[in-house]
Design a protein around this ligand. Structure first.
Ligand SMILES: *[C@@H]1O[C@H](CO)[C@@H](O)[C@H](O)[C@H]1NC(C)=O
Ligand SMILES: *[C@@H]1O[C@H](CO)[C@@H](O)[C@H](O)[C@H]1NC(C)=O
Length: 458
């Protein structure tokens, strides 16, 4: 790769060939019309960047640590993406990686600016660091002017890779041992995902790739064996009724469903938007149509109550789940159940598109209780679920494998990016994923298939 890349570069370096006549001979002078590239400046910027980021991380402010950790992870993700692109097509790789690096740099700059603006909260971001960054930015702008053939960008990328390696080493050296303390909720540490156990197309066949299913986490007496299923019947985005079956076998056979309608048309006010809903005490919790509101649909009374998330919460596919090249449309809000109740998982602009966890009180109307901020970029994960106050996130490895790679413990506020628990997939995509604390199974909706997995705790 590097050799062929070099070869391409050599062919394009902006030399000019000036014919000059000496007698009958015609020779060519190789002359570089451009000023000499200021390599030292670039090196200086790289060194300053590294020092600067080090000096910031050494401060023990949790907010800043969290944001920086997020950035580092973003860089890591970026690196993985670049490697993937590299495999596929070297020209695409070049174009893409340059663009990505530019975006990443802009993002880092943006982050620093934001942190700097809220000086009171981030007073520890010392003046020297700020000045260095400013200087860095100016030099970058200057250097970009030289960058006719994208040589610097390539250099910079290599440097970023090198820095990444260093960050990784530092992270390894300083990262705490596994943090999910055993014994909570009577569970040990999550070590494996067994299965799939149940796999079946929905009673609708394969018509609807987006949907959700499971059991009521807090069923009324007599309803313990019921299962619910919601398919997004319009544009893979909107659903307007809840289908219920009396048992698992009637669900698998498609027998005797009972449908409860939210409205007669679809979509309209209070329509279900996106697939990541949950059922709790005979009420469905979901993202209301076309807003950043949470809807609670009471199946007994068929009435809807709402409560608003912060107004900069992503909705309508602003911060959906996804992976390289794919987004799961309208999955901005993810509802999750565990032993402690219900949560809504979402992202806001003010938290840089990173995941936020908010506990939902199931009163009427529902209210929000505690909130936790993570460094996890929402659009980089496929889905999340909660177990005993710990958020787990999965990422797409390939069409057969999904991986639980991340956890955030709401009790200790510790987050980890080093989990490697694989899930064997039935189908390529996961549109819905939720944990049922009653049977400790993961309920999955995957390209029109309903699937369960068993969580294995140590
Ligand atoms: C940070 O804020 C200070 C004062 O508000 C300003 O002088 C400085 O230029 C800012 N630095 C950056 C990197 O934005
Ligand atoms: C739903 O309605 C029933 C009947 O009025 C009521 O008992 C129940 O508390 C309601 N559920 C919620 C979550 O408000």
């Amino acid at each position: 790769m590097s050799q062929s890349y070099l070869f391409i570069l050599m062919n394009f370096i902006p030399f000019s060939f000036l014919p000059s006549a000496t007698g009958n001979e015609c020779v060519c002078d190789l002359k570089n019309l451009d000023p000499v590239f200021p390599n030292d400046k670039l090196t200086k910027v790289e060194t300053t960047a590294l020092k600067c980021i080090r000096s910031i991380t050494s401060e023990k402010m949790t907010d800043l640590d969290r944001l920086l950790l997020g950035l580092k992870q973003r860089m890591k993700q970026l690196e993985d993406n670049v490697v993937e692109l590299e495999k596929e097509n070297s020209k695409l790789y070049a174009a893409m990686s340059l663009r990505i690096i530019e975006l990443e740099y802009a993002e880092i700059q943006d982050l620093v600016n934001k942190l700097n603006r809220t000086t009171n909260d981030y007073y520890h971001l010392n003046v020297q660091a700020a000045a260095q960054l400013e200087d860095m930015k100016n030099t970058m702008v200057e250097l970009l002017k030289f960058d006719k053939m994208q040589v610097i960008k390539k250099n910079r990328e290599n440097q970023i890779k090198k820095n990444l390696e260093q960050y990784k080493e530092e992270l390894k050296a300083s990262s705490p041992p596994p943090t999910v303390s055993p014994g909570r909720c009577g569970l040990g540490q999550l070590v494996n995902v067994a299965g799939p156990r149940i796999t079946s197309p929905t009673p609708y066949g394969t018509s609807y790739p987006y949907g959700a299913w499971g059991r009521d986490v807090k069923p009324a007496p007599g309803d313990e064996n019921k299962y619910w299923l919601v398919v997004l019947t319009s544009s893979n985005v909107y659903g307007y009724y809840v289908r219920q079956y009396s048992t698992l076998s009637t669900l698998l056979l498609g027998l005797g469903p009972i449908d409860t309608y939210i409205a007669s048309s679809n979509p309209t006010t209070n329509t279900i938007q996106g697939s990541n809903m949950v059922m709790y005490a005979n009420a469905l919790y979901y993202n209301c149509y076309n807003t950043y509101y949470v809807c609670q649909f009471n199946l007994s009374t068929r009435s809807v109550s709402t409560v608003a998330l912060p107004s900069d919460t992503g909705y309508n596919s602003k911060f959906p789940f996804g992976h390289l090249g794919t987004t799961y449309s309208y999955t901005d809000m993810d509802f999750a159940t565990d032993e402690l109740g219900i949560y809504v998982i979402y992202a806001t602009t003010s938290n840089f598109g990173n995941v936020i966890i908010t506990k939902v009180e199931t009163s009427n109307p529902p209210v929000f209780k505690k909130t936790w901020f993570t460094s996890l970029l929402k659009t980089s994960v496929t889905n999340t679920f909660m177990v005993c106050g710990v958020l787990y996130a999965t990422r797409y490895l390939d069409k057969d494998t999904e991986q639980i790679f991340y956890s955030y413990d709401t009790k200790t506020k510790k987050e980890r990016y080093d989990l490697k628990i694989n899930i064997k997939k039935m189908k390529t995509n996961i549109e819905y994923l939720n944990y049922d604390p009653r049977d400790r199974l993961l309920y999955v909706y995957s390209d029109a298939y309903i699937v369960t997995y068993e969580l294995v705790f140590q």
